[in-house]
Design a protein. Structure first.
Length: 211
């Protein structure tokens, strides 16, 4: 039995992982897929995850997109609780980096244009799930405060959505490809990895649970 904690990307909640969570639970695993606060910043989102981790050990911690900021920050605080990190087309910050620092072009345009109405929340893209909600702009600009302790997590995967045009995540795939600390896989999907590579993602989560 493995403890999984799955963190969704911007504008999405725990429901993003419903099918994956159901499959893992049917196999006897414990799965937590929280919906993070709609008004929080990065530190507040990480605090939500840390509160959840307080009662867990040997956790597989996974994050999609913005979720990479959150799982990195949480793992940096309690690396001893995490046995594996899985980044699904996600940002992987170093100390002092924000999401804004790590993306470019259309992603930055979405943040700015999407927050134009109230200056606080980035509106979901029209093609997002109908359950999507505005994502707090502050979390995209707040820089991660990291010690490097997340590098102590013994097993790390980077899953790259190979069909995303002009992807800001290519740099992570390329940086980790030859790093023995990482296992890198290209997925036959666009950034919404569960829409095109759910089976592959689920297989990696299972693999991470067995290490």
């Amino acid at each position: 039995m493995t403890n999984y904690v799955l963190i969704a990307g911007a504008c999405h909640g725990g429901w993003y992982y419903d099918s994956v969570a159901s499959a893992l639970r049917a196999e006897g695993h414990v799965v937590h897929a929280p919906t993070l606060g709609a008004t929080g910043n990065l530190e507040e989102h990480a605090a939500e995850v840390l509160a959840l981790l307080a009662d867990l050990d040997d956790v597989v911690l996974a994050g999609h997109s913005y979720g990479g900021m959150v799982i990195t920050t949480a793992a940096d605080r309690v690396p001893e609780k995490i046995k594996a990190l899985v980044y699904a087309d996600a940002v992987v910050p170093r100390d002092g980096q924000s999401v804004w620092d790590l993306v470019h072009g259309p992603w930055r345009k979405w943040y700015v244009d999407g927050a134009a109405e109230d200056g606080r929340g980035v509106a979901p893209m029209p093609f997002f799930d109908q359950r999507a909600f505005p994502h707090p702009l502050a979390s995209l600009f707040q820089r991660a405060r990291l010690t490097g302790a997340a590098d102590k997590v013994p097993h790390r995967w980077y899953l790259y959505a190979a069909e995303t045009e002009d992807s800001p995540f290519t740099k992570f795939r390329d940086a980790f490809r030859d790093d023995p600390a990482w296992r890198v896989r290209d997925l036959p999907a666009t950034h919404n990895v569960l829409a095109g590579a759910e089976a592959e993602f689920l297989d990696v989560l299972r693999e991470a649970g067995r290490v």
